[in-house]
Ligand binder design. Structure first.
Ligand code: PLP
Length: 399
């Protein structure tokens, strides 16, 4: 009898983590690698938040907490959702978990029965399809074309809905494309959802704060009448440079939140008490640092977009949010490397960049979209300049 459960057969390890691990392994061998594969800000956690974490330790906030999270944190989240997103919810409609990742997983695990379908617009975050499969559901991938800004069109949503559809997953700003849905675009999707009252929306807003010159909107704000069918997920990883603290949250219908808490109560219990107290500062305290994050990211984005569009065989749009550039690499497919290897796929191109030029990126196949590569610009300007120079040289060397 095999040790590993059958349900794991359909689940792939994250390609983002795999590329980052491959880059780290080369670095450990002394090879000069610039990693642009990581999905985390390269900034330190802001000092006031660090201090709140240290104070939590010193003040003995080191014990088990309620499963849904400590009350002052859920209160800070309630106020944040009202202030930033115009959402009105009770404290028992809010749950806190080990990152937005666990909150998304808990929502799916709490709601999916075998055969239930989840619409995932692609390109999408690597984890969504696998999380759906792990929770027993069926991912239904809906392609969002580059020439429509990688955004879901209402008619494509309409066509994808079946009687088994339970969720639409929306992620704006998007990983990997950086696409940001306007309030009007969300309202147009809501017109379809209004006619299909068995479909729920999971809005993953983890990159909310990282937008460049456009206004962020979330589905529950664009369509307040759908609030009973919407779960809004967010966290502190990207907005407050707190990826390692593992804290995310969700707000939604009471019965679903209660079911999510039941799962969490039997698995992780809750995220770290120290992270919870630090997050009160991150969510409720001054957030001046975000302006600096945005201005740094914007400069880096502009540099990468300009350079990549100079490379032979590559082209990319200027993304409105997050910290990724999603590069179309159709122009290098079919070319041959100086080592005599044919580039057949975006994975081949990513491996060529890593092995021959020391630049780690993630192939589009990991995000259900090919042929693309995702470049994370959460790196220093110097590293980005060097990396782009190497990518240009890599493209030039192909024949
Ligand atoms: N959602 C999206 C779209 C992401 O890209 C990520 C991280 O890369 C997460 C959620 C996970 O966030 P957290 O660190 O809060 O678990």
């Amino acid at each position: 009898m095999p040790l590993i459960a059958k349900r794991l057969q359909a689940v792939r390890p994250s390609q983002t983590k795999a590329m980052t691990a491959a880059a780290t392994a080369l670095k450990e061998k002394g090879i000069d690698v610039i990693a642009l594969s990581q999905g985390e800000p390269d900034f330190d956690t802001p000092e006031a938040v660090q201090n709140a974490g240290i104070a939590a330790i010193r003040n003995g906030r080191t014990r088990y907490t309620p499963v849904a999270g400590v009350k002052p944190l859920r209160e800070a989240i309630r106020e944040k959702l009202a202030r930033d997103n115009g959402l009105d919810c009770d404290i028992d409609q809010i749950t806190v978990g080990c990152g937005a990742k666990q909150v998304v997983f808990n929502a799916l695990f709490a709601s999916l029965d075998p055969g239930d379908e989840v619409i995932i617009p692609t390109p999408c975050w690597v984890s969504y399809p696998d999380m759906v499969r792990l929770a027993g559901g069926e991912p239904v991938l809906v392609e969002c074309h580059e020439h429509f800004g990688f955004k879901l069109k209402p008619e494509d949503l309409d066509a994808a809905i079946t009687p088994r559809t339970k969720w639409l997953m929306l992620n704006s700003p998007n990983n990997p494309t950086g696409a940001v849905y306007s309030k009007a675009e969300l309202a147009a999707l809501a017109v379809i959802l209004r006619r299909q009252d068995h479909v729920h929306v999971l809005a993953d807003d983890i990159y909310e704060k990282l937008v460049y010159g456009v206004r962020f909107a979330t589905m529950a704000e664009a369509a307040p009448d759908l609030i009973d069918r919407t779960v809004t997920v967010n966290g502190v990883s990207k907005s407050s440079a707190m990826t390692g603290w593992r804290l995310g949250y969700g707000a939604g219908p009471k019965d679903l939140i209660k079911a999510m808490n039941t799962i969490q109560g039997q698995t992780s219990s809750h995220t770290s008490s120290i992270s919870q107290y630090a997050a009160i500062e991150a969510i409720g305290g001054k957030q001046d640092y975000i302006t600096d994050f945005i201005s740094d990211f914007r400069k880096r984005r502009d540099l990468v977009v300009e350079k990549i569009n100079e490379a032979e065989g590559l082209r990319c749009r200027t993304p409105d949010g997050a910290f990724y550039v999603f590069v179309n690499c159709a122009g290098v497919i079919g070319k041959v490397t100086p080592q005599g290897k044919m580039i057949d796929t975006d994975m081949d191109f990513a491996m060529y960049l890593l092995e021959q030029f020391g630049v780690a990126v993630v192939p589009g196949s990991g995000f259900m979209a090919s042929p693309y590569i995702r470049i994370s610009y959460a790196a220093s300007i110097e590293d980005l300049q060097h990396a782009c120079g190497r990518i240009l040289a890599a493209c030039e060397a192909l024949s």
